[in-house]
Design a protein around this ligand. Sequence first.
Ligand code: ATP
Ligand code: MG
Length: 603
Amino acid sequence: MSDISVLEQTLNNRNWKLVCSNLLANMLSEFMYEEIISPIEIETNYQTSIFDLPIDKNLSYQFKGKRRLFDSYKVLPDSIKRIRNGTTTYACDPFQFILDTYNLVGITEKTVSGLIKELSNTALADMHIVAKTKELDFDKILSQPFYLESQVEGHPRIIFNKGRLGFDYNDYLAYAPEQKQKQRIFWVALNPQKAETFTVDNTDYNNFVFGEITESKLDSFILELKKQVTNYKGYYLLPVHEWQWYNHIIPLFAADIYNRDIVPLGFSSDYYLPQQSIRTLTNITKIYKKHIKLPLTILNTSLYRGIPRFQTFIAPLVTNWLKNIQSNDPFLKENCRLILLGEVASAYYKNSYFSQLDKVPYQYNEMLGCIWRESIFSKLSANETPIPMSMLAQRSISNINYISILISRSGLNPKDWIKMLFKTMLPPILHYLYKYGIIFTPHGQNVILVVDDYVPSRIAIKDFADDTAIVNFQLPELGSLPSDLDIFLPRRSPDHLCRHLLSDLCLSQFWYLFELLESYYDYSEHFFWYQMRQEILRYQYCFPELNERFRMFDLLKSKFFKLCLNRKRLFNYGYEDYSERPHTFTYGQVNNALNEVAEHHSK
Ligand SMILES: Nc1ncnc2c1ncn2[C@@H]1O[C@H](COP(=O)(O)OP(=O)(O)OP(=O)(O)O)[C@@H](O)[C@H]1O
Ligand SMILES: [Mg+2]
């Protein structure tokens, strides 16, 4: 089908209105949560309030919204009105909303322009998702579970969650996960004098990589390498994302290609599907083979999706360390049966020119490298299915409620299923925090729920080199931390670790999961968070010896600092280039529902 006919089918009136009014409603909800706007509550009924947002003397917005725990709001898309000079119109234009409000909230015009680009890409992607929804067949997806990663709709708290700045429309159709297009990777050989490689057991990187390539392909690559380089022995083989190869490696590493430090070898014979992070690819020709995390120099959500050298260096080290902790801890190993998707090998090649500049934008030093990650499919038994948590906890513009399908097939009632979910998901994450002072970043994209006959049975966690942090005390349990790793892993205060954990679990996942449960089962909000709280208390009851840690890492305290993912782009970073990777920002505090529900139930 041509691009034009895809567009014609996608950009129709129904899709446009649905997507844009949802986007506008999400924007209002998230802006209220992050205190970017402060509309006035002018009428309150039992569950729903009417809010008024005056912009100037001639312009205001009015809408209905539900107040939620965690100081959050659910704005109802069909209720939003724009009132200009006394004339009221139904509002479903998120771009106009930004243009109407940027002066009021204090966003610069430069940032507004970038934001409109990201929002437009997001809306276009959402329209493609909605247009494809009618083709969905859950059983078909479950029978080929590598497609599950294509069903997700992006980070629910970030309004520009499919910005992908750098992709043109053809790139979008070819490489965005929701497009489900299989792709091949491009292989190069790297001069070992210039490249670095790392493996979990310090074995030879090429030995590992040779096992990932079919024999005939490997023979043809070696033949090609011999043709190009006399002294070819020891050259490392590296996969490169096709888009990255054409857009950044050929143009920006031309001198290295000319010098034969980078030798192009050709495309893979295996096919890959992009996961929801776009740049990590699943081998679908051989699903047990490693997943490949690659640099893709596009700005998506919080940063350019590159791979810095330090991540390639620590990936095998952190994998080894976390897995050792698990194998020596019977609770993690036998009770939780936690799956850690190890980052077992990695490679990095620095750009000879950009790397000599102190203040070069960080993305220029993150363009060529790779992290090899264990495949979830190599870890499961026959009746287990891996469900990305983000699939269960999304805003669901496509109006598909996967969770209700799982619950009804499990034979459990919704309350018991949710109890099982918390019981499965929380203990391993709590145990790493309370006992070892370690957190991962367990947002919906980094956690996979494994269901056995549709019932939650265990979880898999990924993304260690990028997303592991440790407490800034010398806990005795951190004694096994290798000194090489100690230098690189971020050390954070207990408060910092707790707010990250609560944000990733509660605000970026469970909050949205609850929304779906409410719409489908009329689930009680207080009961939902009470169930989560009970699971934390149950864990604490089982480990009285960690009592002091429960005070140190107080997940149940009344307030915590609020992480603001949209503010960060709108006010802190905009679309400037920076030499350091962006970090997180907080604004104000948020009331902790896990604390509030305790009072509710004791009344
Ligand atoms: N529900 C979701 N929650 C968080 N991120 C999501 C979600 N859906 C899609 N994403 C995308 O996934 C990426 C998450 O960022 P993160 O740094 O955890 O992953 P990564 O390091 O790029 O890749 P990987 O997790 O494959 O190693 C971002 O590009 C984000 O936009
Ligand atoms: Mg991730």
